[in-house]
Ligand binder design. Structure first.
Ligand SMILES: Cc1cc2nc3c(=O)[nH]c(=O)nc-3n(C[C@H](O)[C@H](O)[C@H](O)COP(=O)(O)O)c2cc1C
Length: 313
């Protein structure tokens, strides 16, 4: 049985450059950026502009979100300029601001516009163009099979399916049977996504869907090494404090002192399930000096992480 590829999922506010560099330690597969708004990029919003400047990272897929073909093409060309290895178009995001302008998950209700976007980007760039979508808008309009077939005809090189409807958001059952049905009908690779958190769930979803790849989102929060445990050759054991301190350093270089604030959610995720988490969070959240935060981290995460040896797939 072929082993599926394991991808880390695009996550807004999470898969920024610092976290991607941490993920990169545990995978040789492409890593996704967070979604980048094509309109704000076109109008030179400084934060969005910073997001697409990826030239010093390797093997990245840039995820774009928006509806205007002209902006989409311009953003895709810019991503290529900065060295992207693939363009992914977001057709699954349920955020209201995106829905109301017809982008994100709204594109599932507008197959023609979705296909036009894929066609336009395919014509403009020479790198693979993929789409990330859901099973449908709501339980009354589960249309991913028809939608994915149309995207394939429009030239999409790969489709990732988060096995929930837009209405479900991020909770509730994931429809793996439907992902499998899409996989059986399409000729391009299909990636399964939703509730994969470790090797067991990865094996389960692979067996259910027979997908060409699996995508992991929330399962990597505070556990980026899980990407490696699901996919590739074992990593060497490491001290958790070394990893967390490195992540903090990357955040400080990328965001400046504001990185201390941005790091908080990651620190809480790393501490998740550990004894003394509440006290640890209180201490680091109250601290404004980097060297003191580093000392608290060093003392708290004094744990060796070892590769969890499980049966190979
Ligand atoms: C905080 C957060 C931000 C997300 N941002 C994006 C995004 O920018 N683009 C996207 O396609 N999906 C985004 N997603 C969806 C994830 O990529 C993924 O499809 C979803 O979390 C289900 O996978 P999981 O169960 O492994 O987390 C986001 C999810 C979360 C929780």
């Amino acid at each position: 049985m072929n082993k599926p590829l394991i991808y880390s999922a695009p996550m807004a506010g999470i898969t920024d450059k610092p976290f991607r560099l941490i993920l990169r330690k545990f995978t040789s597969q492409p890593v996704y950026t967070e979604m980048i708004g094509i309109a704000t990029l076109f109008f030179n919003h400084p934060q969005t502009r910073k997001m697409i400047q990826i030239s010093d990272e390797k093997n990245l897929i840039v995820q774009l979100v928006g509806i205007e073909e002209k902006y989409m093409v311009s953003a895709a060309k810019e991503a290529v300029f900065y060295g992207a290895k693939g363009i992914d178009i977001n057709m699954g995001c349920p955020v209201k601001k995106l829905i109301t302008n017809g982008s994100g998950a709204s594109l599932m209700k507008n197959k023609e516009a979705a296909c036009r976007l894929v066609e336009a980007v395919k014509k403009a760039v020479d790198i693979p163009v993929s789409v990330k979508t859901r099973t449908g808008w709501d339980e009354k309009s589960v249309n991913v099979l028809d939608f994915a077939l149309a995207l394939e005809s429009a030239g999409a090189d790969r489709v990732t399916i988060h096995g929930r409807t837009k209405a479900q958001g991020y909770a509730g059952d994931v429809n793996y049977d439907l992902i499998r049905a899409v996989k059986e009908q399409l000729h391009i690779p299909v990636i399964a996504n939703g509730n994969i958190v470790d090797k067991e769930t990865a094996d389960f979803v692979f067996n259910q869907t027979k997908a060409d790849g699996l995508m992991v989102g929330r399962g990597l929060l505070g556990r980026p090494w899980a990407l490696n445990e699901m996919g590739e050759t074992p990593f060497d054991s490491f001290l958790l404090s070394d990893l967390v301190l490195e992540h903090l350093d990357l955040m400080l270089s990328y965001y400046g002192m504001h990185g201390l604030m941005v790091a908080r959610k990651h620190l809480a995720w790393y501490a998740s399930g550990m004894e003394g988490k509440a006290l640890f969070c209180n201490q680091v959240y109250a601290e404004k000096e980097v060297d003191k935060v580093q000392k608290i981290i060093k003392d708290f995460f004094n744990t060796k992480i070892r590769y969890q040896e499980k049966e190979t797939r």
